[in-house]
Ligand binder design. Structure first.
Ligand SMILES: [Fe+2]
Length: 222
């Protein structure tokens, strides 16, 4: 990967803080996040959620904002066969250095990125890492969770079995609604912060109402 050639905007004189410079340096990477469920808006939503959770638990805002901003940038390189988390850490390392981010905080940001992944199984060891992980999971719930699930594509549901109570697709194929039960509704159990658990409860309630309506509308009853 040649991150220098991919991401080298000119720093402006009015960008006085490392975080402002980091945001500027991350912009071209965010523009290249084109997968609908992990696009630049996902990153911005996670950033806002992380700020909200961080304010309740007095987290280090500088670390948290940097980690949220950088956590998925490796997804801008879908042609790579390497895990996106590893790529995100490499890109983040480069951008943190170029932005003049406080050296003593850089490894803490990188740990947040490594520990945010659902599949990597790395336990978050700091408050900021726990909050980033919670914020990333919250964006898989509620309205955004529904939009992101259906944006993956595939068959939405089986008209004869809208909530996938019976498995009717061949092994290896799934209806979109199955993702709710196989992953999304399990996410609240792994949340670390009280604030995230509260938000998740509200978001899951909306998703349950959505599925109940789906079941009725699928047969013209609602
Ligand atoms: Fe993410």
């Amino acid at each position: 990967m040649n991150s220098e050639s991919r991401s080298s905007p000119t720093l402006r004189d009015d960008e006085n803080t490392p975080l402002q410079r980091l945001e500027r340096l991350a912009e071209p990477w965010l523009e290249r996040l084109t997968e609908p469920s992990h696009d630049g808006e996902h990153v911005r939503r996670v950033l806002r959620l992380a700020e909200r959770l961080g304010a309740e638990d007095q987290a280090d805002g500088e670390i948290l904002r940097a980690a949220a901003l950088l956590h998925d940038l490796g997804r801008a390189l879908p042609e790579s066969s390497r895990p996106h988390v590893e790529l995100s850490v490499e890109i983040a390392h480069d951008l943190l250095e170029r932005s003049g981010f406080p050296p003593e905080k850089r490894d803490v940001v990188l740990h947040c990125i490594r520990a945010h992944s659902y599949s990597r199984g790395i336990p978050p060891e700091t408050l900021e890492a726990k909050i980033l992980r919670d914020a990333d999971r919250l964006d898989a719930l509620g309205v955004m969770g529904i939009i992101r699930t259906f944006s993956y594509g595939g068959t939405f549901y089986d008209p004869a079995d809208p909530l996938a109570r019976k498995k009717t697709l061949p092994e290896g194929e799934k209806y979109c609604v199955e993702h709710f039960y196989e992953k999304l509704f399990k996410l609240p159990d792994g949340l670390y912060t009280e604030a995230a658990r509260r938000i998740a409860k509200d978001r899951v309630a909306f998703m349950e109402e959505f599925l109940a309506r789906l079941e009725r509308e699928a047969v013209g009853e609602s």
